[in-house]
Design a protein around this ligand. Structure first.
Ligand SMILES: Cc1cc2nc3c(=O)[nH]c(=O)nc-3n(C[C@H](O)[C@H](O)[C@H](O)COP(=O)(O)OP(=O)(O)OC[C@H]3O[C@@H](n4cnc5c(N)ncnc54)[C@H](O)[C@@H]3O)c2cc1C
Length: 443
């Protein structure tokens, strides 16, 4: 029995979205070599990769509609390279993606253009390019790539729990639920949890808790005039760090970091709208201010938590936790998708059929996942440390509300921030995300 799931055409679609064909479970197809929970950034790339190694894959996703989110919109050059290595570079085509050649950092009166730098020779490298885009369009392309793989079955369903063997404690599969239908079980030799930042399964299988010190508030500007075209923009000053980057020919994303419990963003002070209007607008480059004001008036403000979660080695037999479910860092340097794609590159090698012919061989899988944990630190450690280390410096650790005017500031953090050439710090951090496999600490 099979059914075709026709997705509604995308509002912004450039090429008509191809229908995602959903393979409905038959009595046989609820078993696979690999089961993946979540057809997001990591889940899609991993599904295609395993399938091309000859494994059968069931990819379970709660909604196959094109997502409309404010996350994952700038892929650093290291992520583009990893995508190419995975044979998925074409997913960046036909989505009106914008080339990103580096960053512009604004720090009070300082304004610096920083092209991407190659870690190996520390010189500016014009061939290193990132891409920025609408997240949903990119996800659509990745899901289409999954559908094109004969070894992948994509099913729209919500995973509700894992199924554990009462005797061996091994994870055997998952229970799923679709509206108006009875629960349905899937079974696999290896069960991958890639259900994102709010993972339902993290508590049971991950030793660390998530910490969140701030949120990014996002608005979409139309026809904004950016001072450095084809560059990401980072605006630092007395207020929250602000990111600006073009995500389409006419659209620019503005993300404003707002620390938890920021007094000037409180309801008593007029709320976030008022904070953005009165405190953030004047800090923006003049050429962007009117489109920012218009976007605020339109009122489509959204926010996401900026979370930190240290990675952990996986110890549950039959299960692997990956992506944001396993490890998160502040999105200031736009490293999350680069981490995810490079993790998949590494897993392609470490869990390849030549090393792990049988994925039910728990002891080999766990040994390889322990290797994965240490080997991924070469790149991921740098991205995580850069993002977490830069954030308190850039945000002045939420002390800004009590700061005197900049001329008389004495806050220790601000002092440190002024001691270190801020643009150089950011350049180091971003160059880490532009080099896959970089092995040196950037800061
Ligand atoms: C504000 C913000 C901005 C960011 N900007 C960038 C950026 O510019 N560049 C960058 O590289 N990174 C950025 N990131 C990080 C990046 O978005 C993530 O690291 C990346 O999306 C993680 O991929 P993932 O596959 O783990 O999760 P996701 O891409 O979130 O995928 C998870 C999938 O699981 C599905 N799912 C969830 N629960 C279930 C369930 N029970 N059953 C079935 N399916 C389920 C979801 O629907 C989703 O499709 C940003 C993060 C934030 C918070």
């Amino acid at each position: 029995m099979s059914a075709t799931l026709q997705l509604p055409p995308s509002k912004h679609s450039l090429s008509p979205p191809s229908p995602l064909v959903e393979e409905r479970p038959t009595s046989q197809s609820n078993k696979a070599d690999v089961l993946i929970v979540g057809a997001g950034i990591l889940g899609c790339a991993l599904a295609v990769t395993f399938a091309r190694q000859g494994r059968s894959v069931v990819l379970l996703e709660k909604s196959l509609k094109e997502p409309d989110r404010i996350v994952g919109e700038l892929l650093q050059p290291g992520g583009v390279q990893a995508l190419k290595e995975l044979g998925l570079r074409h997913c960046l085509e036909e989505i009106d993606a914008i080339p990103v050649k580096g960053f512009g950092v604004f720090y009070y009166d300082e304004k610096v253009e920083m092209p991407y730098t190659s870690e190996s020779d520390s010189t500016d490298n014009p061939s290193l390019e990132g891409r920025s885009f609408h997240h949903g369009r990119f996800i659509r392309r990745l899901r289409e790539a999954c559908i094109c793989e004969p070894n992948v079955s994509v099913v729209e369903t919500t995973v509700t729990s894992t199924i554990t063997s009462p005797t061996t404690k091994r994870i055997l599969g998952v229970e799923t639920m679709r509206p108006t239908e009875k629960p349905y079980n899937y079974y696999a030799s290896l069960n991958v949890i890639a259900d994102g930042y709010a993972s339902k399964f993290r508590k049971q299988h991950h030793p660390h808790a998530v910490t969140t010190k701030s949120r990014f508030w996002g608005v979409e500007l139309i026809d904004a005039e950016l001072p450095f075209p084809l560059h990401g923009h980072v605006i630092l000053g007395d207020g929250s760090p602000i990111l600006l980057y073009q995500i389409g020919t006419h659209e620019t994303r503005a993300l404003i970091d707002v620390p938890a419990n920021l007094a000037s963003g409180s309801l008593a002070e007029g709320g976030i709208q008022s904070y953005l209007r009165t405190r953030v607008t004047p800090a923006l480059p003049r050429s962007v201010q009117s489109s920012f004001t218009t976007a605020l008036e339109k009122g489509k403000l959204r926010s996401m938590p900026n979370s930190f979660l240290p990675p952990s080695t996986n110890t549950t037999p039959g299960l692997v936790m990956l992506g944001d479910a396993m490890n998160m860092r502040h999105p200031l340097t736009g490293g999350g998708m680069t981490v995810a794609f490079n993790d998949v590159v590494l897993l392609r090698e470490l869990l390849s059929p030549s090393i792990v012919p049988d994925l039910t061989d728990t002891s080999t899988v766990l040994k390889q996942m322990s290797r994965f944990h240490w080997r991924r630190k070469n790149l991921t450690g740098i991205i995580n440390i850069s993002a977490q280390g830069l954030y308190p410096l850039f945000a002045a650790d939420g002390k800004r509300d009590s700061l005197a005017p900049s001329s008389s500031r004495s806050s220790t953090l601000i002092h440190h921030r002024n001691q270190i050439p801020t643009s150089a710090l950011f350049k180091k951090a971003v160059s880490a995300t532009s080099n896959s496999g970089a092995a040196t600490l950037p800061v």
